[in-house]
Design a protein around this ligand. Sequence first.
Ligand code: NAG
Ligand code: NAG
Ligand code: NAG
Ligand code: NAG
Ligand code: NAG
Ligand code: NAG
Ligand code: NAG
Ligand code: NAG
Ligand code: NAG
Length: 324
Amino acid sequence: MRNTFLLCILLIAGVSCWWDGGHMMTAEIAKQEILARNATLYEQIEKYVTILNPLCDARSQDFVQAASWADDIKDDAMNFWYGWHFYDKPENPQGLYVILDQDNQVYNSITGIKRAIQELSRKYYLPLQNNLNISVQQAIMMRLLIHIVGDMHQPLHNVNMYNYTYTQGDLGGNKEKILLLNKTSMILHSYFDSGATRLDSFPRPLTQEKLSNLSALAYEFRAQYPRSYFGQRMNVTTPEQWAQESYDIAHNFIYPFVTKTNQITPEWDTESYEIIKQQLALGGYRLADILLGIFQNQTAPVNQTKSTNTQTNSTSNLRKTIIA
Ligand SMILES: *[C@@H]1O[C@H](CO)[C@@H](O)[C@H](O)[C@H]1NC(C)=O
Ligand SMILES: *[C@@H]1O[C@H](CO)[C@@H](O)[C@H](O)[C@H]1NC(C)=O
Ligand SMILES: *[C@@H]1O[C@H](CO)[C@@H](O)[C@H](O)[C@H]1NC(C)=O
Ligand SMILES: *[C@@H]1O[C@H](CO)[C@@H](O)[C@H](O)[C@H]1NC(C)=O
Ligand SMILES: *[C@@H]1O[C@H](CO)[C@@H](O)[C@H](O)[C@H]1NC(C)=O
Ligand SMILES: *[C@@H]1O[C@H](CO)[C@@H](O)[C@H](O)[C@H]1NC(C)=O
Ligand SMILES: *[C@@H]1O[C@H](CO)[C@@H](O)[C@H](O)[C@H]1NC(C)=O
Ligand SMILES: *[C@@H]1O[C@H](CO)[C@@H](O)[C@H](O)[C@H]1NC(C)=O
Ligand SMILES: *[C@@H]1O[C@H](CO)[C@@H](O)[C@H](O)[C@H]1NC(C)=O
């Protein structure tokens, strides 16, 4: 359901999850964080992205710009990965009888991140036919991981709001419109994807100037919201918790406001952008930590056992997941 509907919106509006600016910001912040620790290691990590370059178009030829690769392939042959872009926790203030999308219970951003980490942590027991020892699975998972960690930090990628207007869910604000300060109408979800409209001008492939502007902006975000700003939140390390944090923002900040009015105010607009900056910084730090965790302390190759797909369990037991 969501797939078809959202796909239509995306095709009509030509938009995507966190628009390119937001995704590249997360990746750029992660890049800066890893470079600061170990530049050689960063180069090694980026090879997992660039090894696929000959199979990709000009928009995703480096670590930062590849952050949107998952969107590049989404509308085409690879749309079975669609669910990995979000996690639909229900927001259900009016207590509707809601049947959750079964696919998203299994294939979502939480399971996607875990799967990518699992794959990237693996050593292959049969020699790979490239001198980097990077498998095709790992190359794909690296590109997906950079993207999904970003999406998970967009609050509206972690919620589906049901009420008597949106009995089938509002798809994380994709069915709702708000009025910007200049009275222009915008889809609520897109408002957050676009960084409260402030990060919507980074078309890929980036020019050199845009690249340095993005980089400068990432330094600003890190300076304004350093790791120390987040205190205990830096110790929150599971994708489940990150999704919950994002959901909480939607629950406590976004929906209470849009329930009252669809006309945003200067105060709410400013606060939204600050929250977005925080989320982008957090996403960048966490992405860096994931990658450092995988690659920094890699020891000699251990014998790999055959992959067990943690996602292929039957959904039959999940069909009971109905909330009142
Ligand atoms: C930096 O990373 C490289 C590549 O993984 C590693 O060989 C080197 O020991 C690391 N340096 C430090 C100081 O950790
Ligand atoms: C690739 O893996 C093999 C053994 O699995 C190892 O001997 C070789 O050093 C590795 N090469 C790189 C570039 O990591
Ligand atoms: C209204 O503001 C948005 C966001 O700043 C901008 O993209 C849009 O062009 C503006 N529309 C008009 C009619 O000024
Ligand atoms: C990049 O940043 C500079 C300095 O802040 C600014 O003057 C310029 O307009 C920006 N360029 C683009 C393309 O946004
Ligand atoms: C995070 O956890 C570490 C290790 O458990 C602890 O030393 C540190 O004080 C914690 N940081 C915060 C801000 O709570
Ligand atoms: C459903 O929620 C939206 C805000 O998210 C609000 O505009 C709308 O009025 C609500 N519908 C009902 C029937 O309460
Ligand atoms: C890597 O190992 C060093 C030394 O054992 C440790 O201090 C560091 O925290 C580890 N880093 C990660 C990301 O696991
Ligand atoms: C890995 O596999 C090889 C070949 O089967 C075997 O000789 C070796 O002992 C194994 N190493 C470990 C650590 O299990
Ligand atoms: C899949 O099923 C097995 C066996 O019932 C279980 O151990 C495992 O945790 C399940 N995995 C998931 C992701 O639910």
